[in-house]
Design a protein around this ligand. Structure first.
Ligand SMILES: [Zn+2]
Length: 369
C-alpha cells in the first residue's frame, strides 16, 4: 500500500516524500490535527518508506521491512498483547520498568498512552516516563535497515516535567533516527518541544474522501456511509469506529443542552439535560466537547447568514436555524472561548457529569454576560 493510497493532506505526503528523496530528513516532526484524519497511518507509512528495500521515497508494501512495519497499524491488538504480557495487576514500578512499546520491526516503534490494565484500563491513559526513556535509549542504536522511526502518539499526554527527556534527544539527535510526535493541537505541547519539531498541520478530509475510505474499509450501506461521513466531520478514523445511533443521539442531546442554555432555563433544568448526555454514553469527554464546538460552528455560520450548505449537522438543520435567531455572533464567540478555557482545565478530569455541568454553566454565564 504505497503513499498514493493515503487520502487527504496531499501536501504533507509530498513534503515527506521530498525529504526521503533528498535524504534531508528531520530528527523531529510534529503531526498535529484532529483525531482520525490519518496522522498515525501516515507516520507508519513514513516508517515503511524510510526502510523499504526497494523504493527510495515510497514503499512497496511487499519487502520484509514493509510487511513487518505494516503490522504496526493494528495498535489495539499490540496494546492488548503488551498489557497481557505485563500482567493484569502490574504495580506502578513494573509499569515503568516494562514500558509499553509497540514494535513489529526493530527500526519502527510506536508508543501510545498506556492504559496500564487490560480489563480495567485507567480512565485517562498517559505516556509514562519509562516509555520515554526506552525511546531515548533506543534512538541511539544503529538501525537494522536504514532509519529508526519513533512514533509518539498522544504526545500531549506527556507530563511536562518528563518532557526534558525528550528535549535531550532533540538536542543531540542521533543521525539515523526520527521522532514523529502526534497531537491534536501543537499548543498542548511545551513550547521548547514544539519549536524543535518540524510541524505539519493535518486538515479534516472532504466528506467524499471519508465516504471513499468507508467504501474501502467498512461494510455499510450507502445511506449509512453518508451519515457516518457527515457525523465524523472529516475524520475517517472516527467514521470507521462510530456507533451511528449513539453519535446521532449525542448530537441531539447536546443540542437540547444548548437550547436550554440559550433559553436561559434554570440550572436545575440544565443539569437534567446534561444528565441525559452522560446516561448510557461511552463517549470520551473530548468527543462531547467536539460536538459542542461543532454545533456552535453551525450556529455561527447560520447567524452570520450562511445557508445550510456545508453544515456540520445537517440532520439538526431546522432546530439550529431556529436557535441561531436567538443568539448573536458575540454570544457564540464567548461560548467558544468558554469551551476553550474549560477544555484546557478539564483535560484530566475523569468525572464526565461534573465536566458537562461545568460546560453548561460556563456557557450560560457567557450567555448572561
Ligand atoms: Zn518495501
Amino acid at each position: 500500500m504505497p503513499f498514493s493510497e493515503f487520502l487527504g493532506n496531499s501536501r504533507i505526503v509530498s513534503a515527506l516524500r521530498g525529504m526521503l528523496a533528498t535524504g534531508r530528513i528531520p530528527h523531529a516532526m510534529l503531526f498535529a490535527g484532529p483525531r482520525g484524519v490519518g496522522k498515525f497511518t501516515l507516520a507508519r507509512m513514513f516508517g515503511q518508506a524510510a526502510n523499504c528495500e526497494r523504493l527510495p521515497d515510497d514503499f512497496c508494501g511487499e519487502c520484509g521491512p514493509c510487511r513487518a512495519i505494516a503490522r504496526l497499524q493494528d495498535t489495539s491488538a499490540l496494546v492488548h498483547q503488551g498489557l497481557a504480557e505485563r500482567g493484569e495487576s502490574a504495580d506502578s514500578a513494573t509499569v515503568e520498568r516494562v514500558p509499553l512499546v509497540l514494535e513489529t520491526h526493530p527500526d519502527v516503534w510506536a508508543i501510545v498512552p498506556d492504559p496500564v490494565r487490560l480489563k480495567n484500563p485507567v480512565a485517562r491513559p498517559v505516556l509514562h516516563v519509562g516509555q520515554l526513556r526506552a525511546v531515548q535509549r533506543a534512538a541511539h542504536f544503529k538501525p537494522l535497515t536504514r532509519r529508526r522511526v519513533f512514533i509518539i502518539d498522544g504526545a500531549e499526554t506527556m507530563r511536562w516535567d518528563h518532557a526534558n527527556i525528550f528535549l535531550k534527544i532533540l538536542e543531540e539527535p542521533p543521525e539515523t533516527a526520527s521522532l514523529i510526535l502526534l497531537a491534536p493541537n501543537p499548543y498542548l505541547l511545551l513550547p521548547t518541544i514544539r519549536s524543535r519539531c518540524l510541524q505539519f498541520f493535518f486538515s479534516p478530509l472532504a466528506q467524499e474522501q471519508v465516504e471513499q475510505v468507508l467504501r474501502q474499509r467498512a461494510d455499510l450501506p450507502a445511506a449509512q456511509r453518508k451519515v457516518a461521513a457527515q457525523l465524523a466531520e472529516g475524520s475517517p478514523g472516527i467514521a470507521l469506529g462510530m456507533d451511528l445511533a449513539e453519535a446521532a443521539e449525542l448530537r441531539k442531546t447536546a443540542l437540547q443542552v444548548l437550547t436550554a442554555i440559550i433559553e436561559r432555563r434554570s440550572s436545575t433544568d440544565l443539569f437534567n439535560e446534561t444528565a441525559g448526555l452522560v446516561k448510557g454514553q461511552k463517549t470520551p469527554f473530548e468527543t462531547v466537547l467536539e460536538v459542542f464546538y461543532s454545533l456552535l460552528n453551525d450556529l455561527l455560520e447560520l447567524s452570520a447568514g450562511f445557508t445550510g450548505q456545508g453544515m456540520r449537522n445537517p440532520a439538526l438543520g431546522k432546530e439550529l436555524a431556529k436557535l441561531s435567531r436567538q443568539v448573536d455572533t458575540a454570544w457564540i464567540a464567548s461560548a467558544v472561548d468558554a469551551l476553550d478555557e474549560l477544555g484546557g482545565r478539564l483535560r484530566r478530569n475523569v468525572n464526565k457529569q461534573l465536566g458537562l455541568d461545568a460546560i453548561a454553566l460556563s456557557l450560560s454565564e457567557a450567555c448572561n454576560k
